[in-house]
Design a protein around this ligand. Structure first.
Ligand code: MLT
Length: 325
């Protein structure tokens, strides 16, 4: 059930003060960005990249705090319940902000109602990757290998409801695969185990896996997008391999519901400036990611995305018959 935050006298006073001159002076101290997954993974990389630029725009340090667990819902619950003063915000993702309600019947937040949306941070296609000594030469052969052997194989993901979990559910269901699912606190540590050969395969954001694909420490079988990535020109799309599987992920920045609109506008403006920075754009291209442009920027676009994605993903998850608790 979504949280109903009961306003305390302190929070009402803080809000009254914040909607006045304090909002105009915001920020006057460091801002904490909760990343609801482990350090080194896609959400962490995006939060640090954007946070670094936003620090310069806002004139106050943006501190990243990793609060992983339960597919990112622990960290996002912390932010939903935080004081709505602009000093605790989060970078969530498609999992925490769209898939989680269908998977966690007792979830304490509603992605569309418990947050003041700041803006979409990026869109990233999923990549199908395996440990480096996997023998299959292409995606079709890899799927055939998985079909015969999946009961003996393991699939790594970032916890129930995370993007890697949901995209894996869709991929595995589509091809009738039943691997052992191994949850981590983020795909940063899951990827380390794929490199080490402790798990067999993942469907994960290109943002996370491109450096290891380029280093030859894991094998890439396909990009689940209509077009190849500029930074991985040799890796075919799923469609080019004759496989019908497209899956795009996204990250987004949010604050607790009730954060004064002036403060949300300052954060949205700082996010937009970071997205316009050529160095941020170059890094996105290197990692296979794309920043939102035009009408996809800002709070209203994110609100629309969350609502439409919850409506799309919920039936897929219900059909898969999975819940977290
Ligand atoms: C992460 O940051 O670890 C990922 O975004 C997790 C996920 O697959 O959702």
């Amino acid at each position: 059930m979504p949280i109903m935050r009961r306003p305390t006298l302190g929070s009402l006073l803080a809000l009254a003060v914040l909607s006045g001159p304090a909002a105009a002076q915001y920020p006057t101290k460091p801002i904490t960005v909760i990343v609801p997954f482990a350090a080194g993974g896609p959400t962490d990389v995006v939060a640090r990249l954007l946070g670094d630029h936003m620090t310069r725009t806002l004139g106050q340090t943006i501190l990243v705090e990793n609060v992983g667990g339960a597919g990112g819902t622990i960290g996002m619950t912390r932010v939903a319940l935080a004081q709505p003063d602009g000093y605790t915000i989060a970078v969530g993702n498609m999992g925490t902000q769209s898939a989680a309600p269908a998977l966690y019947p007792t979830l304490k937040y509603d992605p569309a109602k418990s947050f003041a949306q700041i803006g979409i941070a990026n869109f990233t296609p999923q990549a199908i990757v395996a440990k480096k000594d996997t023998q299959a030469g292409n995606l079709k052969d890899f799927i055939a290998y998985l079909k015969t052997n999946s009961a003996k194989l393991s699939y790594g993901h970032a916890g129930v409801g995370s993007i890697s979990h949901v995209s894996g559910l869709v991929f595995n269901a589509k091809f009738g695969l039943h691997p052992t699912l191994v949850p981590y606190r983020g795909t940063g540590p899951a990827l380390q185990d794929l490199v080490g050969g402790q798990i067999d395969y993942m469907v994960d954001q290109s943002l996370n896996v491109i450096p290891q694909i380029k280093a030859g420490s894991i094998k890439a079988y396909g990009i689940a997008a209509p077009k190849r990535l500029e930074s991985l020109p040799d890796v075919p799309t799923t469609g080019e391999s004759g496989v019908d599987f497209i899956f795009s992920a996204w990250n987004a920045m949010v604050a607790p519901k009730g954060t004064p609109p002036d403060i949300v506008a300052k954060l949205a403006d700082a996010l937009s400036k970071a997205l316009d920075d050529p160095a941020v754009q170059r890094r996105y291209v290197e990692l296979g990611s794309t920043g939102p442009q035009g009408a996809d920027r800002g709070p209203a676009a994110l609100q629309k995305l969350v609502e439409s994605e919850v409506a799309q993903i919920t039936p897929v998850i219900k059909a898969a018959g999975v819940t977290a608790n």
